[in-house]
Design a protein around this ligand. Structure first.
Ligand code: F6P
Length: 550
């Protein structure tokens, strides 16, 4: 597709064919699709690594999938994918390579950026992280007063927080339970207060995670943490070296902060913040679960990377998930996408995906800066499924909106649970299967009547059904499975960005708020007259100052 056609994607034959096909399918119910195609469930199931992906409960036929793959071919998703894996600078607005896949490449792989193979340095950092993690876990690394480290507090935000914080929850049963690991991200002082209030500073290690080491929230919290530690320990700057390590690309700023660069774990500008979790940014997680488990997780990522890179279009799971998202977002007016894990341990998974998806694909100009004429990234939301069932599922079942949803579940409960608690697992999973069935097939008015429901209540008790879902099922939740899941979503997001022709790897949209916050702060603290402050904000700032007695 040439540059001209790319700006008119919605007028290309591939797009138009999909729009027409959508019209043809308009009155078709999932019930009908299943009736017409015995064996649809098995036929519309793919497998990658440990993940079984059932996409039969989607409003698609073989023809739909063929047309969607046609769109992927016309927009050369495979070409951009290969360019990414080759280390080309596909992040055009920042002129950067996009190589999170190199972070989980095996030791003998070769991935070049500007002619340099980056794999050796990736593994050098992983080895350094492993050695350090082992020293902390074994008690060999001690604090300033010689006490063993028992608490690890990660300070970071966005991509420097969400990944390790999420994964720490997911893999809790693999963590060293003698270690307390906490995550501080919010510049609201309450976050740090709650994280350290019951900790002994002599036993606490702060991991300052920031790609740029300039993010105001992180630097503010890190400074407060340093003040807390030195005050509590009644120690001078020399104590910092035993209690602070940094994860960053910016050695100069790390040194300015007072952290010995020997205690810095490096990564590189070709790792995007929201894609950085398996770089040095994973250090807190590695300390918690140990290097071996961390490497298992990386292997899980790599397995899906290889699948995405090499699997044919018909069997390529990230491609399929990306295309299904395009189908609903661009041809069914779906505005959002729900991710509903049936695992308590995945409670932060959707929050992690929010940054991954929404910071990547929340764009409205194409890679050349032209406004896009089609919908881009969806609003991603969701919480663990059973809780959601008693909160917002009503709207998914009987509301007026199309909300495609991913259901993620596991056959085995986590090994550590008691037998009594393991026995609850079938009930959890019964809900998991029941929900996707109800969403797909609903309940017809006749079925409701057959239950003896009075006529006036029939409309209320009828379920339209036809709500699309993907079911992702694995045997158990392991570090490798977590890696597989994340890589699956990373590449799904990639596929969509490639089709929409947007730069999924920049995030200029978060800059304006940051700049304005810096400008507004003196108005709050000193009552300074900030030029360019609009009337509403000026009045609000005035009220704020009044309420604070200033
Ligand atoms: O929110 C914007 C952002 O730049 C994210 O992309 C990033 O993950 C986060 O801030 C934190 O940045 P840093 O790791 O540089 O502190």
């Amino acid at each position: 597709m040439n540059a001209e056609s790319r700006t008119r994607l919605d007028q290309t034959p591939e797009w138009t064919a999909l729009a027409e096909h959508r019209e043809e399918l308009a009155g078709t119910h999932l019930r009908e699709l299943f009736d017409r195609h015995p064996g649809r469930g098995a036929a519309y199931t793919l497998r990658v690594g440990d993940l079984h992906i059932d996409y039969s409960k989607h409003l698609v036929t073989d023809r739909t999938l063929e047309l969607l793959r046609g769109l992927a071919a016309a927009t050369d998703v495979a070409g951009l994918r290969d360019a990414m894996f080759r280390g080309e600078k596909i992040n055009v607005t920042e002129d950067r390579a996009v190589l999170h896949t190199a972070l989980r490449a095996p030791r003998d792989a070769v991935v070049e950026v500007d002619g340099e193979n980056v794999v050796p340095k990736v593994h050098a950092v992983l080895d350094k992280m492993a050695a350090f993690s082992e020293r902390v876990r074994s008690g060999e690394w001690t604090g300033h007063t010689g006490r063993r480290i028992k608490n690890v507090v990660n300070i970071g935000i966005g991509g420097s927080d969400l990944g390790p914080a999420m994964a720490y929850e997911v893999l809790r049963s693999f963590t060293d339970r003698d270690l307390t690991v906490r995550f501080v991200s919010n510049v609201d002082g309450a976050d740090l207060h709650e994280a350290v209030r019951d900790l002994d500073p002599a036993e606490t290690l702060f991991v300052i995670a920031s790609k740029t080491f300039t993010t105001i929230e992180t630097i503010t919290n890190a400074t407060s943490a340093r003040d807390w530690l030195l005050t509590e320990l009644k120690a001078g700057q020399e104590a910092v070296a035993r209690h602070f390590v940094a994860l960053s690309t910016n050695a100069e700023k790390v040194a300015d902060f007072g952290i010995d660069t020997a205690n810095m774990f490096e990564f590189w500008d070709w790792v995007g913040g929201r894609y950085s979790f398996d770089s040095a940014i994973g250090l807190s997680l590695m300390i918690a679960i140990g290097p071996e488990r961390f490497r298992e997780m990386l292997d899980g990522f790599h397995l899906v990377d290889e699948h995405f890179r090499t699997a044919p279009a018909e069997a390529n799971v990230p491609l399929l998930l990306g295309l299904l998202g395009v189908w609903y977002g661009n041809f069914h007016d779906a505005q959002s996408h729900a991710v509903l894990p049936y695992s308590h341990y995945l409670s932060k998974f959707t929050a992690y995906l929010q940054q991954l998806d929404m910071e990547s694909n929340g764009k409205s100009v194409d890679r050349d800066g032209n406004p896009v004429r089609w919908q881009t990234g969806p609003v991603v939301w969701g919480t663990p499924g059973t809780n959601g069932q008693h909160a917002y599922y009503q709207l998914i079942h009987q509301g007026t909106k199309t909300i495609p949803a991913d259901f993620i579940g596991f056959a085995e409960p986590v090994a550590e649970l008691s037998d009594a608690l393991k026995a609850q697992h079938d009930l959890l999973m019964a809900n998991f299967f029941a929900q996707t069935q109800a969403l797909a097939f609903g309940k017809t008015p006749d079925e409701v009547r057959a239950e003896g429901v009075p006529e006036e209540l029939v409309p209320h008790k009828t379920f339209r059904g036809n709500h699309p879902t993907t079911t992702i099922l694995a045997r158990e939740l392991t570090p490798s499975v977590l890696g597989q899941l994340i890589a699956l979503y990373e590449h799904k997001v990639f596929v969509q960005g490639a089709i929409w022709n947007i730069d999924s790897f920049d995030q200029w949209g978060v800059e304006l708020g940051k700049v304005l916050a810096k400008r507004v702060e003196p108005a709050l603290t000193e009552g300074a007259d900030v030029p360019g402050l609009d009337e509403s904000t000026k009045a609000l700032v005035g009220t704020y100052r009044e309420l604070r007695g200033r």
